[in-house]
Write a new protein. Structure first.
Length: 452
């Protein structure tokens, strides 16, 4: 290992580089990753010319973020080069490499532990902090997300993106006042902070501030340029959620067509964003026409991915809603994979994903009793599959729809309790008002409809 290094990244972290010419590309990755900008992928151009261990580990990171069944295999050649050169890497770089190796091996618990150590010892390694948050998010560890951001904050308070990371950690822990304050602080430092925009959208949706949330997101949407496809489509996804709740159906469909589906149709996050939005349209009574067909065409490649249970569930429902027979193959593959999933995620696969998958495919095919059984079993532990509150709400909406469409006194009674509580927290929501009105009428309480 060299006694000193000649270079540092934009956050002041020392770097071991073979070629100084690769520094701008490495900084494109560091800054692009933290700010969710597409320039992060520029580093791949240096992969052949610079065998530096961190360059290779960062390239492996990019491949793993494809979230496909081939991602780990595609990342391994870069990890092998990083491992071969690890003797000349700094301790910070060595720990980062170990964390990426753990990720590639499916040992997410170890990966999170390494990122947590990094945040304590090198709090300005913001790539590591954000990646640690990603893993915590995918395993439902909301306090872990917040701990990582708060560990970095004292040493990196000058970086707006850290305040955005803290904002989302607070929000996922239901600490709404702290989340809003952190998000607004980040935006005050840098108006183009899309992750902070995203965190504030979550706060406003959760608190029922629907018109305010829509106006806010529109007011900053001009800054959503140069972002990776997930970030730009996901922020527009949030815009569409506000529009659905406010009953602005045609505008919501236009956002889907113009901003959500079509940026990177092969990418996992774009696929689940499109599918979950189409499902929400239909659950709200909005006709989506033939849109499922195009999404289903791209989901066929996902029959054996099993990267994250949260992703597999959305692929499955999308395939089923598109009328694709491959949905049955994916369900069988989920059931076969769950018992042999990595130890760190096996309970989520077995006890949450499998019953939820059975419930989702049943709902898509009109078997509402089985949908209620499967989803009812999974919902109490749904956080274990990761995703945000707003994203997991799709599965709760499907369950609620199954209760209503099953149509018995017992299931309608269950639906009433859920709907009224949601409407109490979302008084602006025309969607919930319509759904609650229908349930009250069917329960013989039509006189209450006018009070909603």
């Amino acid at each position: 290992m060299p006694s000193a290094t000649l270079h540092a990244d934009s956050f002041g972290n020392p770097l071991t580089l073979d070629d100084a010419a690769s520094l701008p590309l490495l900084d494109d990755f560091v800054m692009g990753f933290v700010s969710t900008e597409a320039r992060a992928v520029n580093l791949l151009a240096a992969a052949d010319s610079d065998a530096s261990p961190l360059v290779q580990a960062y390239c492996a990171t990019l491949h793993l973020f494809a979230e496909s069944r081939d991602a780990a295999a595609n990342a391994r050649p870069f990890l092998e080069k990083a491992r071969a050169a690890i003797g000349r890497a700094t301790p910070r770089e060595q720990r980062y490499i170990a964390a990426i190796e753990a990720w590639a091996n499916g040992d997410i618990i170890r990966a999170i532990a390494l990122h947590a150590e990094q945040a304590r010892e090198y709090p300005r390694d913001l790539v590591s902090v954000k990646l640690g948050q990603y893993h915590c998010f995918n395993t439902g560890d909301c306090p872990g997300m917040l701990r990582l951001a708060l560990a970095a904050l004292p040493a990196a308070s000058d970086v707006p993106y850290v305040h955005g990371m803290a904002a989302f950690g607070y929000e996922q822990c239901h600490l709404m006042r702290e989340a809003e304050a952190s998000a607004r602080h980040a935006i005050g430092m840098c108006r183009k902070e899309p992750w902070a925009h995203h965190a504030l959208a979550h706060v406003m949706l959760t608190e029922g501030r629907l018109s305010e949330g829509l106006a806010f997101m529109h007011s900053v949407s001009d800054t959503w340029t140069g972002l990776n496809s997930f970030m730009v489509t996901h922020n527009w996804w949030h815009v569409a959620l506000f529009l659905i709740e406010l009953g602005r159906d045609a505008e919501a469909l236009a956002v889907y067509d113009r901003e959500v589906w079509g940026v990177a149709k092969d990418y996992s996050q774009d696929q689940i964003g499109a599918g979950s939005l189409l499902a929400r349209f239909e659950l709200a009574g909005i006709d989506v026409g033939t849109r499922w067909g195009d999404v289903g065409h791209y989901l066929v490649q996902r029959q054996a991915d099993h990267v994250l249970p949260f992703l597999d569930l959305q692929y499955l429902y999308g395939l089923a809603r598109a009328g694709r027979p491959e949905a049955d193959a994916l369900l069988r593959n989920i059931e076969a994979y769950a018992p042999r999933a990595p130890v760190s995620t096996r309970p989520a696969w077995q006890h949450v994903c499998v019953p939820a998958a059975r419930g989702l495919i049943a709902h898509a095919r009109g078997d509402f009793a089985r949908a209620i059984d499967g989803l009812g079993s999974a919902l109490p532990r749904l956080i274990e599959i990761g995703g945000s509150h707003a994203q997991r709400d799709l599965f709760e909406q499907v369950y609620l729809d199954a209760l209503v469409r099953a149509g018995s006194e017992a299931t309608l009674t269950g639906a009433q309790g859920i709907l009224q509580q949601q409407l109490n927290g979302q008084p602006e929501s025309l969607r919930l008002r319509r759904q609650a009105g229908d349930v009250y009428a069917r329960l013989g309480l039509g006189e209450l409809v006018s009070r909603l």
